[in-house]
Design a protein around this ligand. Structure first.
Ligand code: NAP
Length: 310
């Protein structure tokens, strides 16, 4: 199949492109920077520069590639695009990503329609952001928590946009869990090593994790099967922060994380971080396993963290 990966140079794209190539697909992958064209070519793709926020740029790149499937992995969360990670001001940190998930999605869907492409797979997010009522582990039919009145609200609205628009167009959205793996460990582990990543309150909030290799393999399956609808792509063990965080610290050879009460964490780390740690809801991967036949290399973050940090 000819597959167009918008955002092929990112943490996930760098796993996805070679997996698609290994399965015999012909891949065109994009970056915003001509300095990364060589990296994409090394991964086996035809490389193009494209700005996902520029409708003309998107339409031209898609038309030239003549794809049969389009994958949307454009985000601007990394330091180079968004500056330093800032959970407390998530609206600012995610401003570029939110535009890519709204305007960028619309440009890509318009380009897909113009090129007659209906096989469309897009990135969504389902790590800790399930609705904070009822059970601790959610299914695809459960809505994303709108996080009303918090700095995460615009981000959740952008996720809702990507999901609604892509499903309406007959495509699939993958609610990936919290990424870890090659290129995504340093940001995670550095604050743990510095003891700047405490367990807040009870630490009962659940999170779904996913190794980038597994996130990529689920994406390949969604493309090959021309999947439709929403799929949660997290591992088998959505877990409370009180479990995964001390385990991550131990695997990284760091000291045990501190425990901080909610009243102290809220002004320091912000309401979103406190919510993740105390009330977060993870997601079940049952549908992806059943319908896509997804098999994970790292069914639990326990093996995955150890493998990455060994
Ligand atoms: N995905 C999530 O929801 C999420 C949430 C929390 C944390 N993280 C963490 O964030 C780190 C990586 O950041 P990331 O998820 O943003 O991925 P990334 O690894 O930076 O990949 C983003 C992709 O989008 C492309 N892109 C950026 N701006 C674009 C634009 N205007 N038009 C077209 N393409 C554009 C990038 O291209 P170029 O950079 O080559 O131009 C790149 O290919 C990882 O450590 C991950 O764990 C991710």
């Amino acid at each position: 199949m000819r597959v167009f990966v918008a955002g092929g140079s990112g943490a996930l794209g760098r796993q996805l492109v070679p997996q698609l190539v290994a399965r015999g697909h012909q891949v065109t992958a994009t970056t915003t920077s001509s300095a990364k064209l060589g990296l994409l070519e090394k991964l086996g793709a035809e490389a193009v520069v494209m700005d996902g926020l520029d409708a003309g740029s998107v339409e031209a790149a898609v038309a030239k590639a003549e794809p049969e499937a389009i994958v949307h992995q454009m985000t601007a969360i990394a330091v180079g695009h968004a500056g330093k990670a800032d959970m407390k001001h998530m609206d600012r940190w995610f401003a570029g990503t939110n535009r890519l998930r709204t305007e960028g999605t619309d440009h890509l869907l318009a380009a897909a329609a113009a090129a007659g492409v209906t096989n469309f797979v897009a990135q969504s997010y389902g790590a800790w952001n399930g609705l904070r009522t009822g059970g601790w582990v959610k299914a695809e039919a459960d809505p994303i928590d709108p996080m009303t009145g918090t700095p995460a609200e615009p981000g959740m609205a952008a996720i809702r946009h990507v999901e609604d628009a892509v499903v309406k167009a007959g495509g699939a959205v993958l609610r990936y869990g919290w990424f870890y793996g090659p290129g995504a460990m340093d940001d995670l582990v550095e604050p743990v090593r510095k003891r700047q990543f405490p367990v807040v309150g009870s630490g009962a909030g659940r999170c779904s994790w996913v190794h980038l290799v597994d996130a990529a393999s689920a994406t390949v399956l969604a493309v090959e099967q021309q999947a439709q609808g929403v799929f949660a792509i997290g591992d088998d063990e959505p877990a409370p922060a009180s479990e995964w965080l001390p385990y991550l610290a131990a695997a990284a050879g760091a000291k045990r994380p501190m425990r901080v009460p909610v009243w102290l964490a809220r002004p320091l780390a912000g309401v979103v971080a406190v919510t993740v740690m105390t009330e977060g809801r993870g997601f079940s991967n049952a549908r992806a396993k059943r319908e896509l036949g997804w098999e994970l290399q790292y069914p639990s973050w326990r093996e995955g963290f150890k493998a990455e940090l060994a």
